[in-house]
Design a protein around this ligand. Structure first.
Ligand code: KE4
Length: 431
């Protein structure tokens, strides 16, 4: 694997872009070495600027659920761009998109399109605050909801990877309104609610966390939050930017059977184009301008090209729900293969897995929250990542991220991943 072009591109990039990247986690800082620059991708493969080919297990952090360069989505985009790229005016496609989303996610009566998951979560908590007339929110350590100020407190994903879970630049005034609790710790939440009686507008969480690595809710955790929100007039917000349209057509809330008051969406919703959305109960959503007083706006919100891509993928998933069983089966094959490798090599590392999301943690302890996730040996992860990359397997460059399997991954490719995993684990990690 040679990286001449990626190397020179990265050197130049660092002259003009902070850290040479447009999103921190891409810089490979947590895993060492320089990032590969991707030139193209098709199906389950990505190709870098140096002629290397990789089997792709990150899929642009989730969006490419049908694989790269999917003809259905690309055809929809080609058709849309013939009519100009943007109007800043209402269009037919936005209506079709909103109707489809409310059909696929029954808890969403009304939905507002935005341009990223960050915009979706920022808008959702502003709305929850406006609706309840309360200021505080509860988030969970290790959960990541985008880079909005209120969320860069004990944040996961890139913030955790870079070691800045509490970012400079977030004012004390903002931070004081964000309360945090350990994921899966219902009694800690109950204590926060008691200590901040009638001051908490919302609880926001990833119903299945992906931003501390994949961490599942313990039995009763989500149900307990639902009960707490009902009893204390708090809005329960499921941040399904990652899990939405991935774990099921209706996301984690469909699989886990707990209904939030609001849902934030992103990633798959745009099929690879910049799209986010927030939606929920009619009585809450009707507080959003111009229907209600809570302001939120966006020049490119509902952009016709992005809507064409998003509608194409969502309509396909809605009509071909067998895709979920197929992706989950291939993901299960990979996870089972890695577990088999671990036991053959006498390694007790932890794997957390649901549907087409999973993480291999370099710790033999159970991983059920951020503290336990941080017990993982991140330098060992760095070695594993680089060795797998050298063997043509493209993983998320951080221990605190989940892997996302696409529908383009075949059993044969899954078996190649399992084989490379065995070779790396045995050569690098077994002394
Ligand atoms: P964006 O603003 O990046 O579209 O979405 C923010 C966001 C919100 N909520 C959840 C649950 C998320 O996972 C994200 C973004 N996820 C990260 C990956 N862990 C995006 C990758 C990156 O930051 O480069």
């Amino acid at each position: 694997m040679h990286l001449k072009n990626s190397k020179t591109l990265f050197e130049t990039a660092k002259q003009f872009i902070p850290g040479g990247v447009n999103s921190p986690v891409r810089a490979f800082k947590a895993v060492g070495g320089d990032p590969v620059f991707i030139k193209s991708a098709k199906g389950a493969k990505v190709y870098d600027e140096d002629g290397n080919e990789y089997i792709e297990l990150i899929n642009s952090w989730g969006p490419m659920f049908l694989g790269h360069a999917n003809e259905l989505i690309e055809e929809a985009v080609r058709e849309a761009i013939k009519n100009s790229l943007s109007f800043g005016a209402p269009t037919r496609k936005e209506v079709e998109m909103a109707e489809l989303i409310t059909h696929m996610v029954p808890s969403v009566d009304k939905v507002r399109m935005v341009n990223s998951g960050t915009e979706a979560t920022m808008s959702a908590i502003r709305l929850a605050r406006g609706y309840t007339r309360k200021d505080k929110i509860i988030k969970f350590e290790g959960c990541y909801h985008g880079h909005g100020d209120s969320f860069l407190i004990a944040a996961g994903s890139g913030a955790a990877t870079m070691g800045v879970p509490d970012s400079p630049g977030v004012t004390k005034g903002t931070a004081q309104d964000t309360l945090t609790a350990p994921f899966n710790d219902l009694s800690a939440v109950e204590q926060l609610v008691t200590e901040n009686k009638d001051e908490i507008a919302a609880i926001i969480l990833e119903p299945v966390a992906g931003n501390m690595g994949c961490v599942l809710p313990k039995k009763g955790f989500l149900e307990g939050l639902r009960t707490l929100c009902d009893a204390n007039n708090m809005v329960l917000i499921f941040d399904e930017v990652m899990t939405g349209f991935r774990l099921a057509p209706g996301g984690a809330q469909e699989v886990l059977g707990v209904t939030p008051d609001m849902t934030t969406l992103g990633k798959i919703i745009g099929g690879g184009m910049p799209v986010g959305a927030y939606g929920g109960k009619k009585e809450i959503m009707d507080f959003v301008s111009p229907e209600g007083p809570v302001y939120q706006a966006g020049t490119l919100s509902g952009n016709p090209v992005a809507m064409a891509a998003g509608f194409a993928i969502l309509a396909h998933l809605n009509e071909h729900r067998n895709i979920y069983k197929e992706v989950d089966a291939v993901s299960g094959r990979i996870v089972a293969g890695i577990k088999e490798n671990l036991s053959r090599l006498g390694l007790g590392y932890t794997i957390n897995h649901i549907g087409s999301m999973f993480s291999l943690f370099f710790t033999d302890k159970e991983v059920y929250d951020f503290t336990s996730a941080k017990q993982s040996d991140t330098s060992l992860f760095g070695i594993y990542f680089r060795e797998m990359l050298a063997k043509g397997i493209y993983l998320a460059p951080s221990q605190f991220e989940a892997l996302f399997i696409s529908h383009a991954i075949t059993d044969d490719l899954a078996d190649q991943v399992i084989q490379m995993n065995y070779e790396v684990l045995s050569s690098v990690l077994v002394k």
